[in-house]
Write a protein that binds this ligand. Structure first.
Ligand SMILES: [Cu+2]
Length: 469
């Protein structure tokens, strides 16, 4: 691997230096002749081992060599229990779990449970460092709705680089409500995990990740797309309703997911819970770290195929081949999925404002750059609060809050501007240039006066450049 190019100086250091030149990227043309030749990869499902009443999950962070490209070239990567990405952790609401992260990598990192409602010292944020050679255990009792969450590094100043290496995996939470619903739920068969990321490759096969100052400011974007770590795979499916659990696992790219045919689909879940009712869409926008579960009805498509695309960049992501035979275990998507407890703005006792902006070459929130030793905001437990978040810049940002979900009240001062598929539980929200959002939230269960949670832009280069508190 070309470590000099890949392991570039930290994002913050790059921003502090004068602007560096253009990237030395040598594009492989978005996967070129690898198109739809490789099977879709389904990450292993880890259901845990019961020990003394607690479910145990053993994860090993390690280096590996992955084969993304066609020309027998290896790419040095990091993975969890494998070469690239990690297994899907399957947790049940109410279970007590111990997730053991053994770090066999050459350097320290952290692993954050994104979307998980857990105590601050179990969150895996910038303060829960796992030194090289050591194991850190995240212990908690699962206490939230069924949802598709994920785990990824959160080391201050190094998150973008560590995720780029390959550290990420899904956490699927199940609960009793969701189990009773007639939803596709056979993992890897009609319930398909979809982690979408973008990369660039050097001629020697190594990842090319050496963001310039400009790329840090505008968000680093690759020219080649990976779906669960595979370039343009194909997926064989039965002609019936199929559920996709989609994670935008990219550093900065914002996707508009769609089918090449224009086929419509129903979104059934946002970041942290099912939607109350399915929302029909033909385009699904996800900014980095956002998740969506969708159900696509292929019962009319026996023997046909379709391509899942990013209509924002016109990229083909993967192909679905629908089997030319009758489907088994058919499901019928219900019209009513869940009743979500709604927070009432009239009950809010506090309003906070967060302005995302640039200052003297730094990316800041309320004028301040992330400082590990500063607690920027103290939120009383069970306070209902409204947070107004403004993107004061002419570039994309999003906003992620640890510890709890929120509900979107307004975009640019208008409740009507909140799309139907955003009216659910969220932990990350896209804020277009010069726009604002208003969300309502309540921190519950895990008061801690010393160990903080984070809030930040989830464009990883921005987060590493200080846009975090
Ligand atoms: Cu940002």
């Amino acid at each position: 691997m070309n470590r000099r190019q890949f392991l570039s100086s930290s994002i913050a250091a790059t921003l502090g230096l004068s602007a560096c030149g253009g990237s030395s990227s040598s594009s492989n043309g978005g996967g070129g002749n690898t198109s739809f030749k490789r099977p879709f990869f389904i990450p292993e499902e880890l259901t845990g081992n019961l020990q003394n009443g607690r479910m145990q999950y053993n994860l090993t962070l390690k280096t590996g060599l992955s084969r993304f490209l066609d020309n027998n070239i290896n790419t040095a990567t990091w993975g969890i229990n494998g070469k690239f990405l990690g297994p899907t952790l399957r947790l049940k609401n109410g279970d007590s779990v111990d997730i053991h992260y053994q770090n066999t990598l050459p350097e320290a990192t952290t692993i954050h449970g994104h979307g998980m409602h857990v105590p601050a010292n179990m969150d895996g944020g910038v303060h829960q460092i796992i030194p090289a050679g050591q194991t850190w255990t995240s212990s908690y009792t699962v206490n939230q709705h069924a949802s598709t969450n994920w785990y990824h590094p959160h080391l201050m100043g190094k998150t973008a680089e560590h995720v780029m290496h390959g550290l990420a995996g899904l956490i699927i939470i199940d609960d009793s409500n969701t189990e009773t619903l007639d939803l596709p739920k056979q993992y890897g068969v009609d319930d398909i995990p979809v982690i979408v990321q973008d990369r660039r490759f050097n001629a020697d096969g190594s990842f090319d990740y050496n963001p310039s100052r400009r790329e840090i400011m505008h968000g680093w974007k690759g020219d080649t797309y990976l779906v669960n770590g595979v370039i343009k795979p194909y997926l064989e499916l039965e002609a019936k309703q199929i559920r996709f659990r989609i994670l935008n696992g990219s550093n900065a790219r914002i996707y508009n997911f769609a089918f090449a045919s224009g086929r419509s689909f129903k979104q059934i879940a946002t970041d942290n819970a099912l939607l109350e009712t399915p929302v029909e869409l033909t385009q699904l926008r996800l900014s980095p770290a956002e998740r969506a579960e969708i159900v696509v009805d292929f019962s009319d498509a026996k023997g046909k195929n379709d391509i899942f695309i990013d209509s924002a960049s016109n990229a083909e992501l993967f192909k679905v081949n629908i089997k030319n035979q009758d489907a088994s275990n058919i499901t019928q998507l219900p019209n009513s999925l869940i009743t979500l407890a709604q927070l009432n703005p009239a009950d809010a006792v506090n309003t906070r404002s967060f302005t995302l902006s640039g200052r003297r070459g730094q990316l800041v929130i309320n004028g301040q750059s992330m400082n590990k030793t500063v607690i920027n905001e103290s939120i009383p437990i069970n306070n209902i609060e409204i947070w107004e978040i403004t993107n004061a810049m002419g570039m994309d940002h999003n906003f992620h809050i640890h510890a709890t979900h929120f509900q979107l009240l307004e975009r640019n001062g208008s409740a009507n501007a909140v799309a139907a598929n955003e009216r659910g539980y969220k932990d990350t929200v896209y804020i277009p240039p010069r726009e604002s959002v208003k969300v309502i939230l309540k921190m519950t269960d895990y008061a801690d006066t010393t160990k903080p949670y984070m809030y930040h832009c989830h464009i990883l280069e921005h987060e590493d450049a200080g846009m975090m508190g």
